[in-house]
Ligand binder design. Structure first.
Ligand SMILES: [Zn+2]
Length: 358
């Protein structure tokens, strides 16, 4: 099913979905990119920061403009830095994302990957007219930034067809090496008037087919099971802040399974690991579990957070690698049946396998 293989997605001969780890300026720990950190994850290829965070933190903002993002965040050059335009944060603000400020930031802070300054997300609950309005406004920005390194944005919605037609009729946009895809999460979260699952997946497949040569990035995918959907849809990269958000709530991620709560925090009540799952955690090969074991995962304060976050990100990276291995050697269809324990996503994976004839 892999008709398009991008050179930079081939890792040791394997096609691995790139996990872009979302960061927060408020706390850059655990320093998963740093070889001298106990939480170092050598397989991490990319991180994402949000322009909205820099715009709210003048000291960071100035430092990034002066030193560039890699130096300012002390992240090695071999780890790519993706920039999120923060459109969601600026939504309620007058005039949205400040265009000139964003352009200057891109020019001076030099992220490796950066979308157009603003996109307008057509949420499921909008009327048809409102959704079309969002699509046309986003397309205006795509066209305004078509000649630079800005990555154009496409949204999944009920009106994908006319939007793709506009995109396909523009030679400059078609010549872009990257395209970002948004609007999937609200639809998969079953928002009111959300599209049916099959329709969402069909829409992503359609985008993949129409942009056969471009690298496709999907915004905001969090759980281990959704990585399977992204890999089956031949997405090139996804970003996620879930590894940190979950860690902050005392949650760890497990391969092929839902989230488990290992530390009770505040009013949050989640499912605890069963005996088998504690065993899985005991034998986990991630640097946090190897070094600090279960005691590290259930520790309080920043130490516990760093261990859980590292464990979560390592789990995502490993899951993406395993999916690629099984897809390549043709064992995926047999493997995922025993591997995935998630009632919501299993039928979706079945559907995709059926559609792609795996
Ligand atoms: Zn671990």
């Amino acid at each position: 099913m892999h008709t398009t293989i991008h050179d930079d997605c081939v890792d040791g001969g394997e096609i691995v979905l790139k996990i872009v780890a979302g960061l927060s300026l408020k706390n850059l720990k655990p320093r998963v990119w740093a070889p001298d950190s106990p939480h170092y994850l050598p397989k991490l290829q990319a991180v994402m920061v949000s322009y909205a965070e820099f715009a709210q933190a003048p000291v960071w903002h100035e430092k990034a403009l002066k030193q560039g993002l890699h130096r300012c965040l002390d992240i090695p050059e071999r780890v790519s830095i993706y920039l999120d335009n923060g459109a969601f944060f600026f939504l309620g603000k007058d005039g949205g994302v400040p265009r000139q400020g964003y352009e200057e930031f891109v020019r001076k802070a030099r992220p490796d990957w950066y979308p157009i300054p603003q996109d307008y997300i057509p949420t499921p609950k909008m009327t048809d007219i409102e959704q079309l309005e969002c699509l046309y406004r986003t397309m205006e920005v795509n066209i305004a930034y078509q000649n630079d390194g800005y990555v154009p944005v496409v949204h999944i919605s009920r009106h994908l067809g006319p939007y793709l037609q506009q995109f396909q009729s523009n030679k400059c946009l078609l010549a872009k090496s990257d395209v970002a895809l948004g609007g999937i999460v609200p639809n998969l979260l079953r928002a009111p008037k959300a599209m049916a699952y099959a329709e969402v997946l069909d829409s992503v497949r359609r985008v993949r087919t129409e942009f056969g040569k471009q690298r496709l990035h999907v915004f905001g995918v969090g759980g281990t099971a959704t990585l399977h959907l992204a890999a089956l849809l031949r997405i090139d990269s996804v970003d996620s802040s879930g590894w940190r958000n979950r860690a902050a709530r005392g949650i760890v991620q497990l391969p092929g399974r839902g989230d488990r709560t290992v530390v009770k925090m505040g009013s949050w009540r989640g499912r605890e690991p069963d005996a088998d799952e504690w065993d899985l955690l005991t034998s986990c090969q991630c640097p946090a579990c190897q070094r600090f074991s279960i005691a590290g995962l259930i520790a309080s304060g920043i130490d516990g957070f760093c261990n859980r976050a590292t464990h979560n990100l390592a789990t995502l990276l490993r899951e993406a690698e395993e999916i690629a291995e099984h897809l390549i050697d043709g064992t995926y269809a047999n493997w995922y049946v025993t591997h995935i324990e998630n009632s919501i996503y299993k039928p979706l994976i079945d559907y995709l396998l059926e559609q792609t004839g795996q």
